[in-house]
Design a protein around this ligand. Sequence first.
Ligand code: ADP
Ligand code: MG
Length: 615
Amino acid sequence: MSTTEKHHFQAEIQQLLDIVIHSLYTDKEIFVRELISNAADACEKFRFTQASGTPVYQPDTQPGISITTTEDTITFTDTGVGMTHGELVENLGTIAHSGTKAFLKQLAEAKKPDANLIGQFGVGFYSAFMAANRVTVLSRSHLAEEQGWQWTSEGAGGYDLEPLNDLPRGTRITLQLKDDAKEFAKPDALERIIKRYSNFVQFPLELNGKRLNTVQAIWARSKNDIKEEEYNEFYQYVGHDQENPLYRLHFSADAPLAIQSLLFVPARNFEVMGMSRTESDVHLYCRKVLIQSKAKGLFPDWLRFLKGVVDSEDLPLNISRETMQDTSLMKKLNQVLTGRFLKFLEEQSAKEPATYEKFYEQYNRFLKEGVVTDFTHKDALGKLLRYESSTLAKGTQTSLADYVQRMGGEQKEIYFLLAANREAAESSPYFEVFQSRKFEVLFLYDPWDEFVMDHLREVEGKILRSAEKAELDLADTTPKTGALSDEQAQALAKWIKEILGDRITEVRASKRLVESPAVILESDKFMTSTMRRLMKSMKKEGEASPDAQHDLEINPAHPIMARLDQIRQTDPALATKVAEQILDNARVAAGLLEDPRAMLKRLNELLEQVLVTKA
Ligand code: ADP
Ligand code: MG
């Protein structure tokens, strides 16, 4: 009686395999890195398990990795933790990740799918199928009461599982190579690929019986002895990336905690590469023994783009991984590491602005997320923000500190204006008063920024103030010729309010307008039009709009207002239309007009009337 069990892959895995088998042609050799990485992980897990006192199968077999080749096979053998029947099914047949669908979609739609993403996404094992048409996994768990299993698959059509006795502890993976991948079985070629990573493997690694690596922890070595090349290769190994990192921070500290750490920032933000949310990829060691890979809680969530290792002697070796996240030691580590990394970014921004600009372009959303979610570090994060500003050329960004430096004595607050782009910001009615006062205004183009400013509140003792909310008067308050007097303006405002009724909360004369006839302001002290827009865009289908409350400010010096004041007695019908159009125009400027079609009819009537009087 056959004991072979037939299994299907989870649909997502099958989909992934189809892409791996049929569409990935470049960077094929990454399967070597991924399988070595898995073998090393298994060895690390074994060492940790044994160190924490758990009884293991074959305790005297040291963890290690050996790779052997024939003409058309490559076999990766490790004496790590191995896998049980359940683990084989779970680990080599399903993906637990959230966001898998988005990732697969992105991978499937890409013209030239990027093999790199496979390792990034934690599905590195399946890269074996780039080179192999058949993969056999023999595995024996480290748990004494378990038995061995053979897992085989040709990619399509699922996999077979059958029990196999007398296997040594660990995992042996054999790749039956496709014709176009047989070159990888040539020992010289394979050795070259393996050597790129082998020195970062914390266990003996052999190729056809020849030892390839010297076991060493790069992060524990002195900076001066490490070549740029080694750093980059280490990054590519731990980061599952083919590119070099954008930033590297190698540091050690003695107090308040003994830490050796090597951190990297990838050149690309993988979260925008179709992965909904990346997971922290920093591994936690204690005296070179892996305590937890992708350690949770080591960094705040908004630093989840970091990769690398943290080694601290102060960690107890036998700590349970589940509860570690909540220990006060972990919190302290998190504090120290985050503080150090923020300081590093600040130094870099001053030292090499061009690289920082690249970093900022990729990762600004993470910094902003930090400002909003992480009270402890919000001020340090505030220093890292960069914005365009009215006094700088388009494309040039300033820090908030530099803005404060430039502030004249007359200016008390930091002003910012949210707009779709530079042009919209400069022609915004809200900007007029600042231009007149020669006050610098930060131009923000990311809708998140409104919340960021709201949370940041102040920088160097200066309040951050939305341009829409600033209570400012024009520099030159001498009445313009032809402008309405205060009484006239008040009377006109009163009349407009009567015409517009409930559509507006209050109408008053403005002291902030130069070019524009009128402007809309939120009645609510804490609300700005951007927030209002955001709330609208977030509301669910069928839900009523949040009740907007707006004030209209009119410009008494604008010719439209002077004429309107004249005709409201003589031609009330026309005056009414004009007042309504003024409101809609102000709504357009504020981005608040939902359906412009309604106003077109009125606009056409007005045009007709203009042409009639000219005829
Ligand atoms: P990741 O390594 O990011 O988790 P992989 O697709 O590379 O994703 O591997 C999936 C899982 O399969 C691993 O997390 C591990 O549990 C298991 N696995 C893979 N290779 C081995 C191995 N050599 N020994 C033990 N477990 C392994
Ligand atoms: Mg892996």
